[in-house]
Design a protein around this ligand. Structure first.
Ligand SMILES: Cc1cc2nc3c(=O)[nH]c(=O)nc-3n(C[C@H](O)[C@H](O)[C@H](O)COP(=O)(O)OP(=O)(O)OC[C@H]3O[C@@H](n4cnc5c(N)ncnc54)[C@H](O)[C@@H]3O)c2cc1C
Length: 354
């Protein structure tokens, strides 16, 4: 079997940026992507998420920024990615869902997807978080008679018309979906574990950098990464003003239990509910890396830049501080440099051990 210099897993913003920079360095690689079509997670975002709702999508490296568009993000961004892959001739294979990356002979890594195998000197993992929606275990949740769902499966606001809806979570998705749901629902209740931090100042590059630095520090220490937005704070936009006027952003503390007919609040009252929307985030989709034992004692993968400290053959991009489109772009460049550094060391005959 041929040995590749690198296998990139995932073709979202982070994987495409990595592939672009590997290609520029002349490093032979393939990109394996689980989706049938280009677009990374963007192709799966809910239909009501328009380009007006996104917080700015960084241009892919070496490409023009996305043209002004009011259309659906799941169409506009997917088309942009498809065009990028074509224009740069990136070596993307799909649909290929990687099941495991395991140690092989001679210091190589074997990437497995069903019956298929690739041998490689390095791996750039760019699998994002979309395939791992997170819903916390909550007492009584399995007894609830209504509907429970996660933004991953958000069907658009019409499904909530006339319903009593509990929205759980203090992130950007909760704020945005409340903005859509509150105007059509019979009532909404917003609950979060911690009081949300509202950003009052403008979102300057300094604020963004400070937020990224905080997440970077967590990842350097091997802690599970927090989402960048959890440290940038929340802001309401024009399209959320109607929900604000209706009082949807009055935050309540978490309920103590879920019951068949609703949620039990800390003061003992039952809030009758038809729907619970768990806007409780996503987790990094890194289960296929488990055989490499990259996790630190703190539960996260410790990184130095984008390099896994436990195994420098592995780069993680779009993970932790680089989980944004701009972060993913930069991480792709850093990862390609990390791959090149490992390969140089490899050919110099240094120890190739994990
Ligand atoms: C609702 C929402 C709105 C957002 N809005 C913004 C915004 O406005 N601006 C911004 O900068 N960021 C935004 N973000 C964050 C941003 O989308 C992501 O950080 C970034 O796009 C992630 O890119 P990625 O390449 O890491 O992952 P993804 O786009 O998720 O791509 C991962 C790819 O890996 C593939 N994959 C996964 N597992 C496997 C496997 N085992 N084998 C093979 N392939 C696999 C998937 O098929 C997918 O194609 C938003 C996130 C969400 C959830």
């Amino acid at each position: 079997m041929d040995v590749l210099d690198s296998v990139v897993i995932g073709a979202g913003q982070a994987g495409l940026s990595s592939s672009y920079h590997l290609q520029r360095r002349g490093i032979p690689h393939v990109v394996l992507d689980a989706d049938a079509e280009p677009g990374g997670a963007w192709q799966h975002r809910w239909d009501s998420l328009t380009m007006r709702d996104v917080h700015g999508i960084a241009a892919l490296p070496g490409a023009e920024p996305l043209a002004e568009d009011e259309g659906r993000a799941n169409e506009v961004v997917a088309a942009y990615f498809a065009d990028y892959e074509r224009t740069h001739g990136l070596p993307v294979l799909r649909p290929v869902r990687v099941d495991a990356v395991v140690e092989a002979d001679d210091g190589l890594l074997e990437v497995r997807a069903g019956e298929r195998r690739w041998l490689t000197r390095t791996v750039v993992n760019a699998t994002g978080t979309w395939s791992r929606p997170f819903v916390p275990a909550y007492p009584g949740a399995d007894t609830f008679r209504g509907r429970q769902l996660h933004p991953h499966d958000y069907p658009g606001p019409e499904a909530f018309r006339g319903r009593r809806v509990v929205v759980v979570g203090g992130g950007a998705s909760a704020v945005q979906l409340l903005g859509e749901i509150a105007p059509v629902a019979a009532d909404t209740l917003w609950v979060t574990r911690r009081a949300p931090v509202w950003r009052t100042d403008d979102f300057t590059p300094e604020v963004g950098r400070a937020a990224v630095a905080l997440v970077e520090e967590r990842v350097r220490r091997g802690l599970p990464p927090a989402s960048v937005v959890s440290v940038t704070g929340l802001a309401l936009r024009e399209q959320e003003r109607e929900a604000e006027r209706l009082g949807a952003y009055e935050r309540h503390p978490m309920f103590t239990a879920v019951e068949p007919g609703g949620v039990r609040m800390p003061d003992g009252a039952l809030w009758p509910a038809d729907v619970i929307l768990w806007a409780t985030g996503f987790r990094p989709a890194v289960g296929h890396l488990a055989p490499l034992r990259l996790r630190s004692e703190h539960g996260g993968i410790r990184l130095d830049g984008t390099t896994a400290v436990a195994d420098p053959r592995v780069q993680l991009v779009g993970y932790g501080p680089s989980a944004s489109t701009i972060g993913a772009n930069r991480a792709g460049r850093v990862a390609a440099r990390g791959v090149a550094a490992w390969l140089a060391r490899d050919t110099e005959g240094d120890a190739v051990s994990a």
